[in-house]
Design a protein around this ligand. Sequence first.
Ligand code: AMP
Ligand code: ZN
Length: 460
Amino acid sequence: MSIKFFNTLTRKKEEFKPINEKEVRLYSCGPTVYYFAHIGNLRAYLLMDNLRRVLKYNGYKLKHVMNITDVGHLVSDADEGEDKMMKAARRENKDPFEIANFYMNAFLKDLNLLNVDMPEIIARATEHIDIMEEYVKKIIENGFAYETENTIYFDTSKLDKYGVLSNRKIDDQKAGARVEFDNNKKNISDFALWIKAPENHIMKWDSFFGKAYPGWHLECSAMSYKYLGEQFDIHTGGVDHIPIHHENEIAQSKGFSGKIPANYWIHVEFLQVNGGKMAKSLNNLYTLKDLEEKGYEPLVYRMFNYASNYRAQINFTFEAMDSAKIALNRLREGYIKHSEGNDDVSDKEIEEYEKRFLEAINDDLNMPVAMSVVWDVIKNPKKSKKLQKLLLKFDEVLGLDLKNYKKQENILSDDILELIDKRNKARENKDWKESDRIRDILIEKGYSVKDSKEGTIVEK
Ligand code: AMP
Ligand code: ZN
């Protein structure tokens, strides 16, 4: 069955046709590791994960690169202000390399907690300075760059058209006038490729331009080229990347090889809070750890994201997180229910579910519709291992780790099992006081307690 993606480049939903049927090549813009990722950032990586899982579900092999920006991303995406890593180093009174290591590890841990299917290649900018230098030299050679005292700029006027992705005209950019416009720049949309490092800049490398460091946009072009070649299939990022970062990646690629690097550009919309931006200064910025402290395990946030399409803005509320928590529990309970049943379900019924699920995920990753199929399976009045198996198959895309849920469920320590046993005996003897006392102990130990015909059921 064909897959359709909304392609920002053509502004249309298009059938996906990989360059090489045997292996889909993708590139995802990764984080700048100067602080903890907030849950808005993490939405971008859940999209990346969802895309990977859907492609794999369709039988494709993947070669996927995600970068880690640990140098060169200035405070404004448009090359103004200080390097974010340097700013963080000052804030925390640490070496910028230490900052990068720390927040990169925190980020990778977050992805692991969210059960993100990791790209085959994680490329750190500071480990790819050589290829960046090679890339920038070729752009200069091809006549698409010029030198000022401190910077090598990309000359956007040399392109047939700058702004193919966002469809902007160069003139439009003057409207959003920049605060600090470098007077040495020839055109307002020109951007830095290679920057001479000031004396106090710790992250710098010897190069043809003296001690310097790369511009953020260059990093992605050079690293995608190194691992995926001049042209690959899919490029992902957040919508904020469309007007500057990805426009500049395309410009660089045209200057380097004359080609647009990726055929499909997929962008995830923003997670909002109370209809506005998520920002530290507004005190509405949450990390995965904040959510865990409020009683939401990371997979609840994953579930939360399935309530809307990646191209829609979502508003973050704790009410919506509560609904996601309930939904995840219902899903797990349904999975267990089917695992315990032996009812017969026809192959035709299974095939019908599979078909609907595949249609939904292949329609530009329509997860809300895919979830409605999952709920139909859960609510099927029959209890069947065939349905359990089907849920496991769907979970290859959902990534909710259903397979391991059962294992966790069954692991109850001996003292808990003893308490359950005692409570069941107390209830048999209608000793309600003792039964309540043991229930309270179990609750205190962090278990929920339910009564059923079979006796006490506890859940961590
Ligand atoms: P950064 O580390 O700032 O480069 O951002 C990492 C990723 O998070 C990028 O792909 C951004 O587009 C994305 N991003 C930032 N804020 C949000 C948000 N509120 N919602 C969704 N994605 C976001
Ligand atoms: Zn990038």
